[in-house]
Design a binder for this molecule. Sequence first.
Ligand code: DAT
Ligand code: MG
Length: 137
Amino acid sequence: MERTFAIIKPNALADGNAGKIISRIYEEGFTIVGLKKLYLSKIEAEGFYHVHRERPFFDELTDFMASGPCIVMVLQADNAITRWRELMGATDPAEAAEGTLRREFGKSVGVNATHGSDAPETAAFEIGYFFSGLELL
Ligand code: DAT
Ligand code: MG
């Protein structure tokens, strides 16, 4: 079993789509081992996305992530990192396959409804950024 870190981003909560996304997570066979609702500060969003700090979209991205509450989760399944990224679809909702979460709930490349870790090392950092071991059940 592998764990990955997921976010339901502020646009998806504001649009009332968090429940649908969580339903899909269960339908696809993931176990949600940690979940909480948070309202990130700008500084917390910058710390989470620090690997992108030199990118031109960093300020826009961290403003968006601090624009409203989000839901952070730890998902567990065989091959969870790859399977969650497949369920999300491509970063740009316009390029994401039919049936993926970003295609259905994303608005633009920046406002794309969900986040998922891209490798075991990033999953470990991202899970630890938001959850203590006692919160993972
Ligand atoms: P992903 O979230 O698919 O792993 P990423 O790690 O390349 O994508 O980028 C992190 C987030 O940054 C992404 O979910 C949305 C935002 N982003 C990426 N490319 C962007 C761009 N060209 N313009 C605006 N925002 C962008
Ligand atoms: Mg990424």
